[in-house]
Design a binder for this molecule. Structure first.
Ligand SMILES: NC(=O)c1ccc[n+]([C@@H]2O[C@H](COP(=O)([O-])OP(=O)(O)OC[C@H]3O[C@@H](n4cnc5c(N)ncnc54)[C@H](O)[C@@H]3O)[C@@H](O)[C@H]2O)c1
Length: 425
């Protein structure tokens, strides 16, 4: 077996830059390729091209083995190429392969021009099930004039990471998912991961389409669990003596269910969960089937956001000031895409409330959708504002458990992070 030692990484964004940096830190020789010249400059200067914990240290560790370029030809002599450009959702819920093809086609032609066979193409961006077999594979065969599984190989290898924890998530996953065009290609990638991971994850190897279905189904299952907690939180909240935290702790202690993602909170958001779950529903429709669980999960998520808006409005009068603590979709990241806090702020503003918002990382500089709100530098500034009607904790940054709140404000704490605080705290 020809082992993979030199790797090209196409797309040095939030996920790709971390893949490139961790591979270099684990002693692979990496050529990063991006169309964004500023990201390329930063990587070559040894600086992180995106904000992510541990990325700067990891880039420093791999320095000397990590270089970046905008020129595909500088990557043509690598053993394998990983592709992590955007795969945006289209209106029907499917994911576009356009950015993947734009990155892969020139590389396929460049490799063809060298005449060197044995290259392994690895897609990490999420794809619509069927796209690997029906779109990517035939495109590569067309561009190279070669046969997949003979002169080159193809794998689908999505990562299960959460922004804010990407480096650890990459190096120590529960599972490495490998969809393979042929057994030899899958074995080469599995061998790379045995040298790359710092733990011993389960290697889940399967066909290209099985892996595409697995990727979105993992996220769809997790979102189903989250929507279950939200359904139960609203039901429990209608009883004066029911406590959602007690209920979920008990349910999660049943080993058939498990406690992960079974915590009281709010709607799920971010760049993956909502899109991946909707892609399950799209995929079923494409096959003439229905996916009522995925659709109900999505509907519940939307109604969870609406209920929160209505709950706040029921506690305020027009013109009242509402504070939202936590605008990111989860702690440890600045991303506000589909976050509960952003949805609430936008809808309350439309309904005439005055908004004060705070987040430890999401700021107008890195998240322009926050520009329209009054952003607090620190939650301590709250005590300087008079007449705050309601404080809502939307993202459970642990620091909010100790934040001093205006004594007269009503508190909405769906995560229960302040439930052990004294009333004065
Ligand atoms: N961010 C996440 O949490 C996450 C998690 C799992 C999977 N993913 C998947 O990873 C993919 C990338 O996500 P991201 O958040 O890193 O996106 P991103 O927008 O942060 O980064 C994408 C990068 O690709 C570059 N790019 C675009 N076209 C290119 C081309 N032709 N050649 C080379 N580079 C090109 C862009 O300039 C950008 O730097 C998506 O498909 C997403 O579904 C993301």
């Amino acid at each position: 077996m020809q082992s993979l030692n030199s790797i090209a990484v196409f797309g040095l964004g939030k996920l790709g830059s971390c893949i490139a940096a961790t591979l270099a830190a684990r002693e692979f020789n990496i050529t990063g390729v991006d169309i964004d010249a500023e990201k390329v400059r930063r990587v070559n200067a040894g600086e992180p091209p995106v904000e992510e914990p541990l990325l700067a240290e990891t880039i420093r560790k791999g320095r000397g083995r990590l270089r970046a370029t905008t020129d595909v030809r500088e990557a043509q002599d690598t053993d394998a190429s990983f592709y992590i450009p955007p795969s945006p959702s289209l209106l029907d819920g499917s994911f576009s392969s356009e950015f993947l093809l734009r990155a892969m086609q020139p590389m396929a032609r460049a490799i063809r021009a060298t005449g060197k066979t044995g290259h392994l193409f690895v897609v990490n961006s999420t794809t619509t099930p069927g796209a690997m077999r029906n779109v990517i594979l035939p495109t590569l065969e067309h561009e190279t004039g070669w046969t997949c599984g003979r002169e080159f190989g193809l794998c689908y290898n999505p990562e299960f990471i959460a922004l804010g924890n990407v480096i650890r998530g990459l190096l120590e996953p529960d599972m490495v998912l490998i969809g393979e065009s042929d057994a030899a290609s899958g074995e080469r990638l599995a061998d790379l991961y045995r040298r790359y991971n710092t733990n011993r994850p389960h290697m889940a190897r399967m066909s290209l389409t099985s892996a595409e279905l697995t990727k979105i189904s993992v996220n769809s299952y997790i979102t189903m669990k989250i929507s279950f907690t939200n359904q139960l939180r609203l039901i429990a909240g209608s009883f004066p003596d029911a406590n959602i935290h007690d209920i979920l702790a008990a349910i999660g202690s049943d080993s058939r269910i498990g406690s992960k993602f079974l915590r009281s909170g709010l709607s799920y958001g971010g760049p993956c969960f909502p899109r991946d779950n909707r892609l399950v529903a799209y995929t079923a429709r494409q096959r003439g089937l229905e996916a009522p669980l995925a659709e109900a999960t999505d509907r519940l998520n939307e109604s969870t956001k609406d209920s929160l808006v209505e709950q706040v409005l029921s506690l305020t009068s027009p013109g009242d000031t509402v504070v939202i603590l936590g605008m990111a979709y989860r702690p440890d990241t600045y991303i506000v895409e589909e976050s509960a806090g952003l949805f609430l702020a936008q809808h309350l503003k439309q309904r005439g409330c005055r908004l004060l918002v705070h987040d430890y990382q999401a700021k107008p500089d890195n998240s322009p959708s926050l520009i329209e709100f009054e952003n607090l530098d620190s939650p301590d500034a709250l005590l300087q504002h008079s007449k705050i009607s309601v404080v809502v904790i939307c993202c459970p940054w642990p620091q909010y458990s100790r934040t001093l709140l205006p004594p007269d404000a009503k508190l909405i704490d769906p995560w229960g992070i302040r439930r052990f605080c004294s009333p004065a705290g």
